[in-house]
Design a protein around this ligand. Structure first.
Ligand SMILES: Cc1cc2nc3c(=O)[nH]c(=O)nc-3n(C[C@H](O)[C@H](O)[C@H](O)COP(=O)(O)O)c2cc1C
Length: 412
């Protein structure tokens, strides 16, 4: 593991006792590289063995589905009842081969399950379909989860965490951001339940998240890192807001969560890709939040969204507002990006090139290019070598078409 003289090279010990060797982590990216059975395969394994040499102290996997009937994408890993334990072991071994941490991100998409995967997705309450590609019927209106389903879902998170630990992952992260199920329970726009799992206060709406964390802790024991990805806000009128998010941080500190990663937005308000707050540094999205949160809690915090410049990363860690710098897209463009920032070889991480120079595509365009680049790395190619101009556009279009074809297959 690379050492450096900057604050970015300082180790960090988490409440559970685990240590991160430096302050750079690769944030979760949905890889779309699972096998047809939604298991980790050779391509996913190759991608993570590359990233294990990136210099990041910790890698987060793309979101792994805790319930195989509710998928964010058919091309990602799911916790099926008959899963291939050996494949998970090989994935974990590849992702930790550089001596770094490798945490599995656990997710249930709730209402953000595409209609092609589930014609009637579930959510805390029945309501409107997700407002994205509405004319194409991309998402169906959700129905409310029964009490038994809520209990089963908490169990599914705990089972998934136990499998992650048993197969060699060194931590787990609950996806509580970006409009997925845990986030849906937190937001009053979606959670209108009048039972134990809902209510007008954030203390009531956070019960589901706290039950998930408790069940995971019971399953993995006190020494295993548990992280949470949390929205600083949903950026929707009447949605989960900054004040409530900070209250959740206080609860997470009480519940001994080891690292909270701050992000924001959902499918309907994509703040995670472009930011939505006034960016203090014209680069990082959620720094103002981190500064305010630091006055309230001392839970270890990671902030993800926009970090590119080494000087800004160093300043942010030195200020004490955050403990870990999270980065996603630059890792698809440069598989050694953290190592090069730590050693001073580069001063700035680069984003994937915009598809055909269409920088107005902003987040969505850059995200598509990241998916193409992940596939290139997984196939043993240089992610920057082949995809420029028209070729990139064709690659993105081909990728989207094959995703559509697979999504249209009947559920099985
Ligand atoms: C292709 C792609 C897939 C993503 N998938 C996930 C995911 O599975 N889970 C998650 O929490 N965030 C996901 N994100 C969001 C990133 O973790 C991160 O929050 C966002 O890209 C902002 O960070 P960046 O500016 O460093 O890229 C994804 C981002 C991209 C580009």
């Amino acid at each position: 593991m690379m050492h450096s003289n900057t604050v970015l090279g300082r180790p960090l010990t988490l409440p559970c006792g685990a240590t991160l060797t430096n302050r750079i982590a690769k944030a979760a990216m949905s890889e779309h590289l699972a096998t047809k059975r939604q298991m980790p395969g050779e391509r996913l394994i190759r991608l993570y063995s590359e990233w294990s040499r990136s210099g990041a102290a910790m890698l987060l996997s793309g979101n792994v589905m805790v319930d195989p009937t509710h998928l964010e994408s058919r091309r990602n890993v799911a916790m099926k009842p008959d899963l291939d334990v050996d494949a998970f072991r090989r994935w974990a071994r590849a992702g930790t081969s550089g001596g770094n941490h490798f945490w599995m991100q656990l997710n249930h998409p709730g209402r953000q399950t595409p209609a092609s995967v589930h014609p009637e997705p579930c959510a805390p309450s029945a309501g409107e379909a997700v407002d994205l590609f509405k004319r194409a019927g991309a998402f169906a209106p959700p129905r409310a989860m029964t009490l038994a389903e809520v209990d089963a879902c908490i169990e599914a998170f705990a089972r998934a965490a136990a499998i992650a630990k048993d197969t060699g992952f060194t931590g787990v992260q609950v996806h509580g951001a970006h409009g997925y199920l845990v986030n849906q329970f937190l937001t009053p726009l979606i959670n209108k339940r009048s039972d134990h799992w809902g209510g007008s206060t954030i203390a009531e709406r956070a019960r589901f998240l706290r039950a998930v964390i408790r069940a995971i802790r019971d399953a993995v024991g006190p020494d295993f890192p548990i992280g949470l990805k949390l929205n600083s806000a949903d950026f929707q009128h009447g949605g989960f807001n900054e004040r409530e998010s900070m209250q959740v941080l206080q609860m997470m500190q009480e519940d001994t969560v080891d690292l909270v990663e701050i992000s924001g937005g959902s499918y309907e308000a994509r703040a995670m890709f472009d930011g939505a707050q006034e960016p203090r540094s014209n680069e990082v999205f959620f720094l103002d939040y981190a500064e305010k949160a630091r006055a309230l809690v001392d839970i270890p915090m990671m902030v993800t969204g926009g970090f590119r410049t080494r000087a800004i990363m160093e300043e942010s860690i030195e200020s004490g507002w955050l403990d870990v710098v999270g980065m996603a897209r630059p890792f698809t463009n440069n598989t050694r990006v953290a190592q090069q920032l730590l050693s001073g070889e580069i001063d700035k991480a680069l984003d994937p090139p915009p598809v055909l120079g269409l920088s107005w595509l902003k987040g969505a365009g850059a995200a598509a290019m990241s998916v193409v680049q992940m596939a290139a790395i997984a196939n043993g190619r240089d992610p920057t070598a082949r995809f420029s101009g028209a070729r990139a556009l064709i690659a993105v279009a081909k990728h989207e078409l094959s995703a559509l074809k697979r999504a249209k297959k009947p559920h099985g």
